[in-house]
Write a protein that binds this ligand. Structure first.
Ligand SMILES: O=C(O)CCC(=O)C(=O)O
Length: 336
């Protein structure tokens, strides 16, 4: 455990309670408001995928074919690493998973769980028949921890999900539990690309900024994201772009406008064999979902979750947390 985590401190962004804020979600203070708005109709409800996340810039950029074209806002809390696994590693992983039975789950999904027995409603937790994460995850966990954002990441649960278009597989917009699971949610996207759809139910507004001409022109016609070279192939160089602190030059002359959060969705394109981490605002302020229409072929997702600070050193349930971590990190598990 890192020193900060050992003290039970949040490493990345302070978690805020789910209360209303005047301005939202995760939009850092930028230039003065009240600049002239562009006189353009803005009926986002017709189009659920209005903004696309651009990993290289940490921005959600208006879809060029929608009314949001020409507008953008900073979207912190997403780390996307392309080509996290090789094709051979992907094939081997899926082969290993397919040797164990998949259980039917909600919304046309199938699942395999490696984790403690939890009753979220009653906030009860025990090891149950959990004997650890699977051996095939040991190297993956080691590799992901090499990334600065995942420093000290100790997964206590792994959930494999299997999506198929023929089953209409999807997952509705949701937050992952806040009592048990810690800040960072780490997912590997295997076998086919998909889109993680981010939405926000807050009553607040988002401040949009008019994008410079060249920013809009960078939007590719396929809707696929542009990814920073620095974030590719695990050769991570922590530049400001990768850290989501946008280097797009916004000043007080940039036109701005406020739009209701509820009308905005952000598409995070997940390439095959990529790893995505949700943390900070993207974890606590935005719900995430996979829509049926974004499952074109079989897709397998592996999500790793860490414990919340309540279960860490100095936390109320430190002893149980340690016990579960010892089990998880023995890497000798089978699905529960
Ligand atoms: O399939 C995914 O990428 C998302 C999975 C998810 O949101 C969950 O397991 O809670």
């Amino acid at each position: 455990l890192s020193a900060a985590r050992a003290r039970g401190k949040r490493l990345l962004v302070p978690r805020e309670p789910p209360r209303a804020r005047s301005q939202d979600p995760g939009v850092p203070p930028l230039p003065r408001q009240g600049q002239a708005s562009r006189a353009r109709p803005f009926s986002l409800l017709q189009d659920g995928q209005t903004f696309t996340y651009r990993p290289a810039r940490g921005l959600a950029v208006g879809d060029p074919r929608s009314a949001a074209a020409g507008w953008a806002f900073p979207f912190p809390g997403v780390l996307l690493l392309e080509d996290f696994l090789s094709r051979a590693e992907e094939a081997e992983l899926v082969r290993a998973m397919d040797q164990d039975p998949w259980k039917p789950s909600q919304s046309g999904r199938r699942k395999q769980d490696y984790g403690p027995k939890v009753n979220f409603k009653k906030q009860k937790l025990r090891a149950g028949c959990f004997i650890g994460l699977p051996s095939f995850s040991q190297d993956i966990v080691k590799r992901m921890k090499a990334h600065p954002i995942l420093e000290g990441f100790l997964p206590v649960e792994q959930c494999n999900l299997d999506y198929l278009p023929e089953r209409g597989s999807a997952i509705d917009p949701h937050f992952d539990d806040w009592w048990l699971w810690g800040e960072r949610l780490v997912s590997l996207n295997l076998l086919s690309k998909t889109v993680l759809s981010m939405s926000c139910e807050s009553e607040n507004s988002i401040q949009l900024f008019a994008t410079p001409r060249q920013e809009s022109e960078k939007s590719d016609q396929t809707g696929s994201p542009q990814t920073s070279q620095n974030c590719k192939n695990n050769n991570f160089i922590p530049t400001s772009a990768c850290e989501n602190s946008d280097n797009w030059d916004v000043d007080h002359t940039t036109p701005t406008k406020l739009v209701p959060c509820k009308e905005v969705t952000v598409a995070v394109h997940l390439p095959r064999r990529s790893l995505v981490v949700l943390y900070g605002a993207a974890r606590y302020k935005w719900k995430h979902a996979i829509h049926r229409k974004h499952i074109e072929h079989r897709r397998v997702c592996i999500t790793f979750r860490e414990l919340s600070t309540e279960f860490g050193l100095g936390g109320k349930h430190e002893k149980l947390g340690k016990e579960l971590l010892d089990i998880a990190l023995s890497f000798q598990g089978k699905p529960v």
